[in-house]
Design a protein around this ligand. Structure first.
Ligand code: DUC
Ligand code: ZN
Ligand code: ZN
Length: 462
């Protein structure tokens, strides 16, 4: 009888607060021992992590897999998307389950469960995106908040999905009263419609006009409104995909005044810019997402916010579409499906441009990509750390491995990456999920459909 199923030897463990060398003994999917030297004879399988860094599995709390959008579906489903995630060092996701017209929230969970169950290969949770507030949803919300779904999403834009300010306020209050958290997509709906009409009237149909139709102020205004509504109630709020320093400053100010306000940004807002929309032909459509890419001067501001603790997480908003799908908007930028891929490269990009780039420490990298997501969304300490009794979700990270990111070496189900040609030093080379080695050297090697639905607990405000 072995004491451990798996022993990871000789790695350097990095958590959000520590960096040290130790062996890790794993049994039944959990970390059972972390010690200086564990006898290799005590384990069925031994993994040698000499020269490697061991970090808690990445947690991407903002994905859109198999999501209907603008008459099509995002091209990664729960199988392809989570395999790509696993190879890239992510072991849990929280996907947005968007309430379809005429469906209850419980029916929405069933629909998203149908998409994910037996397909996802890593653990997954759902934020319910409430698109209709009526008596049924009002009754469902408190129950769901208490029973494993402690976070909801509200869109302030998108016809058929958006809620009015009063409805957002009501949901913020319900969440506050039931230990939940509301995630908000903040853009000003009316200003976007006003701009779109003028641009199209002037015959301005190319992808760049997507960015011009929803400028930085459009996001900053809605961020301010959402944050102020939450402040009026003293309710926690989490602003998703913050794309610029002006919107981030609103979060910073709110936090300084003692409110429970939090924000997320994504690699695209740290590394790409509005200039990408000017790429030749229809290539600018690759970057059509909302909010859009901004002036590059925002990069430093957002990195500073991440380093100083003004923003708390880095997720992806992974929402891929093939170029063929993007072509739906060839003659009208408003018809380009919104979204871009990123689930597989998040960890390597944030490590390289964050840690190697001198913007954040290695510990802060772990905190932003794993520990804070786990805490904020009720998964800690099962997820988000390397500690005794935590799930053995561990990424073996080779700090010396140099990779040129390309669609040719990624596994996302889409025909481009916005990060084509980006060079990184440091890359995930093996991924353990609940003690099982599921990805190694760019290949998914785990069982099919092994991911489990995460029933999450109370959010911890960071
Ligand atoms: N933004 C996107 O770019 N795609 C999907 C949803 C969203 O908010
Ligand atoms: Zn959004
Ligand atoms: Zn999104």
């Amino acid at each position: 009888m072995f004491t451990y199923d798996v022993l990871i030897k000789n790695g350097s463990i990095t958590t959000s607060g520590d960096y040290y060398k130790a062996d890790i003994g794993i049994k039944d999917g959990k970390i059972k021992d972390i010690s200086d030297k564990i006898d290799p004879a005590s384990a069925k399988e031994v993994f040698d992590a000499s020269g490697k860094i061991l970090i808690p599995g990445g947690i991407d709390v903002h994905t859109h897999l198999d999501m209907p959008f603008g008459g099509t579906f995002s091209s990664d489903n729960f199988e392809t998307g989570t395999k790509a995630a696993a190879i890239g060092g992510t072991t849990s996701i929280i996907d947005y389950a968007v309430q379809p017209k005429g469906k209850t929230l419980n029916e929405t969970i069933d629909i998203w469960n149908g998409k994910a169950k037996d397909k996802a290969v890593i653990d997954y949770g759902f934020h319910l995106a409430v698109t209709k507030l009526n008596d049924t949803t009002r009754e469902e919300l408190p129950e769901l908040l208490k029973n494993g779904f402690p976070s909801f999403k509200v869109f302030m834009v998108y016809e058929g999905m958006r809620l009015e300010d009063g409805e957002l306020m009501e949901i913020l209050k319900i969440a506050k009263d039931n230990d939940g958290l509301v995630c908000v997509h903040a853009e000003n709906y009316d200003s976007i419609n006003y701009r779109i009409k003028n641009l199209l009237d002037e015959g301005k149909t190319e992808p760049i006009y997507h960015a011009i139709s929803r400028p930085q102020k459009c996001e900053a205004e809605a961020t301010n409104r959402a944050v102020k509504l939450a402040e009026m109630l003293d309710a926690p709020i989490y602003i998703v995909h913050v794309s610029n320093g002006e919107a981030a400053d609103i979060i910073t100010a709110s936090r300084k005044h003692g409110f429970k306000t939090m924000g997320e940004t994504c690699p695209q807002y740290l590394l790409l810019s509005i200039d990408n929309y000017r790429e030749e032909g229809f290539n600018g459509a690759k970057y059509v997402m909302s909010p859009p890419l901004r002036d590059a001067s925002n990069h430093k501001l957002l990195w500073d916010d991440l380093r100083l603790g003004d923003l708390q997480t880095v997720a992806t908003d992974h929402c891929p579409f093939f170029m063929e799908q993007k072509r739906m908007g060839e003659n009208d930028f408003t018809k380009i499906p919104n979204g871009a891929p990123g689930i597989e490269s998040r960890m390597a990009l944030i490590h390289h441009f964050g840690v190697n780039g001198g913007n954040i420490s290695m510990e802060r990298f772990v905190e932003l990509t794993s520990t804070n997501p786990a805490k904020i969304f009720g998964m800690y300490p099962d997820k988000g750390t390397i500690a005794v009794n935590s799930d053995a979700d561990i990424v073996v990270f080779d700090p010396d491995k140099e990779v040129t990111i390309s669609v040719d070496n990624l596994h996302e189900e889409v025909d481009y990456t916005p990060y084509e040609g980006f060079k990184v030093k440091g890359y995930p080379v093996a991924t353990f999920s609940r003690g099982e080695l599921i990805a190694e050297d760019g290949k998914y090697i785990g069982e099919e459909g092994r991911g489990l639905l995460l029933k999450r607990g109370k959010p911890e405000i960071q």
